[in-house]
Design a protein around this ligand. Structure first.
Ligand SMILES: NC(=O)c1ccc[n+]([C@@H]2O[C@H](COP(=O)([O-])OP(=O)(O)OC[C@H]3O[C@@H](n4cnc5c(N)ncnc54)[C@H](OP(=O)(O)O)[C@@H]3O)[C@@H](O)[C@H]2O)c1
Length: 218
């Protein structure tokens, strides 16, 4: 049963037809086409904050800003990074006035942070930041909606937390194949089909050469 979070949580992923979000070598740009990527910017523009895991920052170095939308406003950018490993040269630290929140665990080594006016370090009371704690902290600073952009570990943590309100899957007509290419959702501990997470599809639409499934978790 899905729980109601203090803030609205949307998960967005771009996957191949076989459910992969990167090749075995970690290559993921671009799985979907331009039209789908524009929709992602619209989603960012509709949310107060956007969140990724540290592995995604290291692999893709995303900016996580809103681009190509008239009067678009970039969301607060959040990285879950227990050990404070984020490279100082990450594009997320290129200030455009959009706040950045790095969420570390309580065992992170102290380090030098970029000298940015808009950076906030949030330290969780646990070694790895837990999702329910995080959502409450984000609510306390006035954030009302969160877009989760991956990767696989992060999607799984949010789905396991049962605090996901909406799931938006962009599916490209490509197949990567193989056991080593990353599937969009990490381990959920489902060992029997009766325990599989069920989604309720709200719509399926074509976006350029791709498809988008908009859904809720049952
Ligand atoms: N196609 C797409 O839509 C898409 C989107 C995003 C990413 N990707 C791809 O996905 C890959 C990265 O995904 P990934 O699964 O390896 O890593 P990830 O989900 O980006 O990051 C996972 C890491 O985040 C940290 N973390 C901190 N708190 C966490 C929590 N509560 N739950 C889970 N993780 C937490 C952990 O590292 P620490 O213990 O060090 O904190 C963990 O190993 C890259 O290849 C990237 O290109 C694709």
């Amino acid at each position: 049963m899905n729980k109601k979070s203090v803030i609205t949580v949307t998960l967005k992923a771009a996957l191949t037809l076989d459910g992969k979000i990167a090749t075995a070598s970690g290559h993921s740009k671009w799985i979907t086409g331009e039209a789908a990527r524009k929709k992602v910017h619209e989603l960012r523009n509709q949310n107060d904050a956007v969140l990724v895991g540290i592995n995604t920052v290291i692999a893709d170095d995303p900016q996580l800003t809103v681009r190509g939308i008239i009067n678009g406003k970039s969301p607060v950018r959040i990285v879950l990074d227990s050990m404070a490993r984020i490279p100082e040269k990450s594009k997320i630290f290129k200030s455009d006035g959009t706040p950045v929140i790095i969420v570390t665990g309580n065992k992170a080594l102290s380090r030098k942070w970029p000298n940015l006016p808009d950076i906030k370090i949030l330290t969780s009371p646990t070694e790895t930041p837990e999702i329910d704690w995080l959502l409450f902290e984000l609510h306390k600073i006035g954030l009302k909606s969160l877009l989760v952009e991956g990767g696989s570990f992060i999607y799984a943590s949010f789905l396991k937390s049962s605090f996901v309100d909406r799931l938006v899957l962009f599916i490209s007509p490509k197949i990567i194949g193989g056991q080593d290419a990353l599937s969009w959702c990490g381990e959920l501990g489902v060992d029997h089909l009766d325990k599989a997470m069920q989604i309720e599809i709200s719509s399926i639409d074509a976006v350029g050469e791709d498809w988008v499934i908009d859904s809720k978790i049952k």
